[in-house]
Design a protein around this ligand. Structure first.
Ligand SMILES: Cc1cc2nc3c(=O)[nH]c(=O)nc-3n(C[C@H](O)[C@H](O)[C@H](O)COP(=O)(O)OP(=O)(O)OC[C@H]3O[C@@H](n4cnc5c(N)ncnc54)[C@H](O)[C@@H]3O)c2cc1C
Ligand SMILES: NC(=O)c1ccc[n+]([C@@H]2O[C@H](COP(=O)([O-])OP(=O)(O)OC[C@H]3O[C@@H](n4cnc5c(N)ncnc54)[C@H](O)[C@@H]3O)[C@@H](O)[C@H]2O)c1
Length: 476
């Protein structure tokens, strides 16, 4: 029987990074993947395809060029679905090859097949042939899948989840998205940018509840401007698919109304991918939504078995999954180079416009009894924003402690927000003050000047002395 220091199950962001790190430090590593294509939701069905489609929608619709040249490109309506999917397919196929190459270069032995536990050290691989291998340590990195509520008749033709939506053969004439979480909001803005009438049905009275309220409201305003209708405090209780593919779906809302749309996308949650593993054979403790229960070093109740990424639940991001994989390996093999997950990490929401945050929201600061103040700056306040055509009326909001002026939260809505946030992360991790930001020289003109303007605005708010209000200097 083949024997390894580590068996990794799953080739998504968590599994790949863990496998190559363990191999780099001289351990024998096997990785088992059930799909032909590697990369999991990170590469094949989630992060990268959706981000590429967003970039494509921006390019084809010309949304960010309209403010610069004042012209409406209106390409979306003339574009075929092949054009829309073209770049996505290139990115996904290339990343698949890159992962396989990375594993090969590190000397990781790859097995194609479905992994299941025989006991705490033996894993069976069922594929074209069947084989059992031994691992001193085992890392579960099997990710998650879109949860399928029983009452939704998924057909992958008109009723989709976030996997099947990537294989559509024509643009929907209109679409209803269920769930205003990250997946729902991202896809809704992508379809709307392509000129498709889009509805979101959400069972709460707000979207993306973890955002600073002001930012989430600003995103709702931007979505409405782009012809997205959001039906709050509502859900769908019945789905009728007519025989005639040219007729609309009839979706019966909880409120009693019927919503007629061409297509439907379910985006209201995911569950851990652990069914096939037969965790009971190894005595591994599992939790809600098919997750594996782990400690802070990502170790399950069975000491030689670890689990990372979506399969352990929150925060279920590609960004954090990779780090969890590396930390688990540090702990197993005592490489002593990465002790724990960073105490704070950013969220990047790739809606149009993008949203990103790090640190506390205003609501959280209030709840924690912190004496805080805020400062704002608008893209339209700064030269780079002007050059870019004031995209999305975006803004940056700084939250800082009134007494020390130390920044405790950064929230951005607008173009490139997911890139801009990283300076905010450095400020918060280093406990920098508004004065520190003001005393920093940035390239000019750049969007980073948003930080400086927001700091001046914050100081003005603190002193009760403001010459100009944030956003006021805009002369249309
Ligand atoms: C639409 C969408 C957009 C997203 N956008 C972002 C984003 O912008 N930024 C971000 O940080 N995160 C994003 N995410 C989340 C991100 O994709 C996941 O957090 C990340 O992929 C989790 O990585 P993972 O390695 O745990 O699992 P996965 O990427 O799901 O990989 C798991 C792998 O394990 C394999 N597997 C499962 N069971 C077995 C078995 N029994 N045997 C063998 N192999 C098995 C699967 O086939 C898969 O290849 C998005 C997710 C979705 C769905
Ligand atoms: N940019 C990113 O980082 C990114 C992008 C996409 C996905 N992800 C990851 O994928 C995970 C899953 O995302 P998701 O959007 O599917 O789930 P989610 O749990 O984040 O959001 C689900 C939304 O649907 C609503 N909802 C749930 N049931 C409903 C019902 N029956 N009727 C109406 N509304 C309902 C919820 O109130 C919520 O707003 C996220 O937690 C995130 O970690 C991350």
């Amino acid at each position: 029987m083949k024997s390894y220091d580590l068996i990794v199950i799953g080739s998504g962001p968590a599994g790949e990074k863990a496998a190559v790190k363990a191999a780099y430090f001289g351990n024998t590593v096997a990785l088992i993947e059930k799909e032909q294509a590697f990369g999991g939701a990170g590469v094949q069905t989630g992060t990268l395809p959706s981000k590429t489609l967003k970039e494509t929608a921006l390019y084809l619709s010309g949304i960010y060029q309209k403010g610069v040249f004042g012209i409406d490109k209106d390409l979306g309506r003339e574009t075929g679905i092949q054009d829309f999917m073209y770049r996505k397919n290139i990115v996904v196929n290339t990343m698949d090859k890159i992962i396989k190459y990375n594993l090969e270069k590190h000397g990781v032995t790859v097995f194609q097949g479905t992994a299941s536990f025989i006991d705490k050290n033996h894993v069976k691989i069922s594929g074209e042939t069947s084989e059992t291998i031994y691992g001193k340590y085992i890392l579960i990195a099997t990710g998650s899948y879109p949860y399928h509520p029983k009452n939704i008749p998924f057909d992958n033709e008109r009723i989709h989840d976030s996997d099947s939506i990537l294989n559509i053969k024509k643009f929907p004439k209109s679409i209803c998205v269920l769930g205003a979480g990250v997946i729902g909001c991202e896809y809704a803005t992508i379809f709307a940018a392509m000129g498709i009438k889009t509805y979101i049905v959400n069972n709460k009275d707000e979207i993306l509840t973890f955002l600073d309220k002001e930012i989430s409201k600003a995103l709702v305003t931007q979505m409405k401007k782009r012809n997205i209708s959001i039906l709050f405090n509502n859900s769908i209780v019945d789905y009728h698919i007519p025989d005639d593919p040219d007729q609309n779906l009839n979706l019966t809302l909880e409120s009693g109304e019927i919503l007629q749309v061409d297509s439907f996308l379910f985006a209201a949650g995911r569950s851990g991918n652990i069914k096939l593993l037969q965790c009971e054979n190894a005595g591994i403790k599992t939790g809600d939504r098919e997750t594996i229960i782990v400690n802070e070093m990502f170790q399950s109740n069975i000491p030689n078995i670890y689990a990372v990424g979506d399969t352990i639940g929150f925060p279920a991001l590609a960004s954090t999954s990779m780090e969890q994989g590396r930390i688990a390996v540090t702990h197993m093999f005592k490489t002593a180079d990465l002790e724990s997950l960073a105490d704070i990490f950013p969220y990047g929401i790739y809606t149009i416009p993008e949203v990103s945050l790090i640190g506390l929201t205003e609501e959280k600061a209030k709840e924690n009894g912190i004496d805080y103040n805020v400062g704002y700056s608008y893209y339209r306040d700064i030269s780079r924003g002007m050059i870019m055509g004031y995209p999305d009326n975006g803004f940056l909001k700084l939250i800082f402690e009134s007494k020390t002026k130390i920044v405790i939260g950064v929230h951005i809505i607008g173009h490139h927000a997911t890139e801009l946030i990283h300076y905010g992360m450095a400020i918060i991790r280093e406990k920098h003050t508004l004065s520190h930001i003001i005393g920093t020289v940035f390239n000019y003109p750049t969007l980073h000047n948003l930080y400086k303007y927001a700091s001046y605005d914050g100081l003005g708010n603190l002193a009760g002395k403001k010459i100009k209000k944030a956003g006021e200097q805009f002369i249309p």
